[in-house]
Write a protein that binds this ligand. Structure first.
Ligand code: HEC
Length: 113
């Protein structure tokens, strides 16, 4: 209700009440930002959560991390490792959404040589 009024006010006038418009613009951003989670950037997730051990290209083996460039796991197995963790690798089921896990699992396979 409020958002609808704000939006139509924004569309119908260009000048005046700058502060009011600024608030409308910010709240309007919630739509597009929320949609981004529907198409998660697997690379961004990897660089945020996995790079620390696996390295940017997946080939680093910090803390005994598996070399992802030579990994032969299929998608389901990668998803399982990410969800439950293995040895020094922590589980990510409680830290990433299902979509993020799917996206980063896909990205992991692109790291293969
Ligand atoms: C704290 C360090 C650490 C982090 C962070 C980490 N890993 Fe790992 N990862 C490991 C270790 C250690 C292993 C090897 C486990 C073993 O030897 O069984 C591993 C193994 C794997 C494997 C199995 C590869 C294979 O062929 O057996 C995959 C896939 C993987 N990690 C993906 C990821 C992804 C994706 C992320 C980020 C969401 C991630 N890892 C974050 C340490 C880490």
């Amino acid at each position: 209700m409020l958002a609808a009024i704000g939006l139509s006010a924004c569309l119908s006038c260009e000048s005046g009440e700058k502060t009011q418009h600024h608030v409308d613009t910010d709240s309007g951003k919630k739509g597009p930002t929320a949609e981004i989670t529907n198409s998660v950037d697997g690379q961004a997730v990897f660089e945020d959560k996995c790079k620390v051990c696996h390295g940017k290209d997946g080939g680093a083996e910090r803390l005994g991390a598996a070399d992802l460039t030579v990994s032969t796991l299929d998608h389901a197995a990668i998803v399982a490792v990410i969800k439950t963790g293995r040895k020094k690798m922590p589980e990510f089921a409680s830290k990433l959404s299902a979509e993020e896990i799917e996206a980063v699992a896909k990205y992991v396979r692109t790291l293969r040589k």
